[in-house]
Design a protein around this ligand. Structure first.
Ligand SMILES: [Zn+2]
Length: 546
């Protein structure tokens, strides 16, 4: 007699999302694995007295979503600190930060409030806001020291832009960090780009200066645990069962493993470590794909992550042709095509080094020049397809670049929610002009046979929003079907993490990572608004809507 299942979902529309996408009525799960799919009548035979049987009443069941590009602590921060993503104007952002300042005031009452003068003090007395996006405001401008001095004149205040390449700071931060902030990252009034006749800092800081502030506000272990717990609840409520998380100089890896050991990690985490950590990983013997793979083992070592360029928003993504609005940027005088964050030669050395040691690589590249530079570096390795090297974002890619992806087997890890900036009159229109229609060429990538993985970059985290945007692309020629978009968020992302076959589909023997949706994404008017009713990770119900 067969052992009873732990969980049985019946009367459902279970999609495998395979090719072709097959549907079944029911699925049974035991010990974290799918043990039977088929007709309700047959699957129900596995129900014993201890089995939880859920009648899905015709609802859609999919393989759980895998977000191939996350920063989970960032999601936690937006929940715990000021969430500026909803601010409709600079004034609203300031108001949200004022509310947060009042909270910090209460929280630090009686304590010393922290001195805030050392890197990594956990930022206990800081007033922090995350995710502002001025491109959606009527008055499209960065937050400045004047805005943020109005939040507090005694505590350090930082408002991070959504892309984390730009931030606004108040006078307290400019004073305290005068020595640490690199000059080229601190914008000044009347700056003509040559950097030597600069006036007072405007409070706008970019790139390297933002990194200094991110390090200074890096949470300690206890705060990180709070952030991860908040983030995993947010993610599983949106049907996410696994993430490929990008980690740099943070307590997050330790917290993921601690939570996993305690049985409290609610989703799979594949950790992509920043290239700063390469030597340390090599030294302690951690390689790509270590961990994971066996039952209950939710944390895996992923790729080595690096940058090449910045973002369109900051006019720092590296283009082959100048920005359409280069003249509007005082700092663009020297280089109207953006800038390298990691120069191509440096990238090539890193890629060769990490590839030789057997690591998967993943490199941020948004502009077409950056995408070419990463492909150049990957193509010099033995077998970039077998190593499953990936490019993050791939927002502007030439026909030739797309062919090179297909030929080399390099994975395109893309974020369909970035399409919210690609509409006529939007941010990409301003920065790129007509080129906005050639961003995020999902149809061309798929048709060329490129492995396509979807992720959110947590802007914001939410697979169904991404699926919605990918099926309604600003350039209709690049739209995907609902099935194709769902695959990119399941089997496509699984492939990018060497998890194909095990994750990203529903079949006997696959891990029991499932999501139950209240409405069919194939039949709804608004995919982004389809409610998630249940999320199952490794056979465990980690989210259930009441
Ligand atoms: Zn990212």
């Amino acid at each position: 007699m067969t052992a009873a299942a732990d969980l049985v979902l019946t009367n459902a529309e279970v999609h495998t999302l395979g090719s072709p996408d097959e549907t079944h009525e029911a699925v049974a799960v035991r010990d974290g694995e799918v043990v039977r799919v088929g007709r309700t009548f047959d699957v129900e035979l596995l129900a014993g007295v201890e089995t939880r049987v859920v009648d899905c009443g015709g609802r859609v069941v999919l393989p759980g979503f895998i977000d191939a590009h996350t920063h989970l602590p960032m999601v936690g921060r937006s929940i715990v600190h000021a969430d500026l993503s909803e601010a409709g104007s600079a004034a609203e952002a300031v108001e949200l930060l004022r509310e947060r300042a009042a909270e910090v005031e209460r929280e630090t009452e009686g304590g010393d409030g922290g001195t805030g003068d050392g890197i990594g003090d956990g930022g206990t007395d800081w007033v922090l806001g995350y995710g502002y996006d001025e491109s959606r405001w009527d008055e499209s401008r960065y937050l400045t020291r004047d805005d943020l001095d109005a939040v507090s004149e005694s505590r350090p205040v930082v408002a991070f832009r959504e892309d984390l390449h730009t931030a606004g700071v108040n006078s307290v931060v400019l004073d305290r960090y005068a020595d640490e902030l690199p000059d080229e990252g601190v914008r000044t009034a009347g700056d003509d780009g040559d950097g030597d006749d600069a006036g007072d800092p405007t409070g706008v800081v970019v790139e390297g200066a933002v990194d200094v502030l991110r390090e200074a506000t890096e949470p300690g272990r206890e705060e990180m645990t709070e952030l991860v717990r908040a983030a995993q609840s947010y993610a599983t409520a949106r049907g996410v069962t696994g993430v490929h998380d990008m980690v740099r100089g943070s307590r997050a890896p330790e917290v993921y493993r601690d939570l996993a050991d305690a049985g409290e990690l609610a989703l799979r985490v594949r950790i992509n470590y920043w290239s700063d950590h390469l030597d340390a990983l090599r030294e302690v013997g951690l390689r790509t794909n270590h961990g994971g793979g066996s039952r209950g083992d939710l944390v895996t070592v992923g790729a080595i992550k690096t940058f090449t360029d910045g973002s369109f928003g900051g006019r720092t993504a590296k283009l082959t042709e100048p920005y359409a609005d280069a003249a509007a940027d005082p700092d663009a005088a020297d280089d109207e095509t953006g800038q390298w964050v990691v120069a191509p030669e440096e990238l090539r050395d890193l890629v060769a080094d990490a590839d030789e040691s057997g690591y998967q690589l993943t490199a941020h590249a948004i502009g077409d020049a950056a995408v070419d530079a990463v492909l150049d570096a990957y193509e010099e390795t033995d077998d970039p397809g077998a190593a499953r090297h990936r490019v993050e974002h791939v927002e502007l890619a030439s026909d030739e670049a797309i062919e090179r992806f297909a030929d080399s087997g390099v994975v395109a890890s893309v974020q369909p929610n970035f399409l919210k900036w690609a509409d006529e009159g939007g941010l990409y229109d301003a920065r790129l002009g007509e080129r906005r229609l050639r961003t995020n060429r999902y149809r061309d990538l798929l048709d060329a046979g490129v492995d396509l993985a979807f992720g959110s970059d947590c802007m914001p985290l939410g697979p169904l929003l991404g699926v919605d945007l990918a099926t309604d692309h600003p350039n209709p020629d690049q739209s995907l079907t609902v099935t194709e978009a769902l695959r990119a968020y399941t089997s496509g992302a699984a492939y990018a993490g060497f998890d194909e076959g095990r994750l990203g589909t529903v079949a006997v023997g696959t891990a029991a990572d499932l999501v139950v949706l209240d409405e069919s994404p194939w039949e709804t008017d608004s995919i982004r608004d389809v409610p998630v009713s249940m999320t199952v990770v490794d056979g465990r119900v980690v989210f259930e809507r009441d």
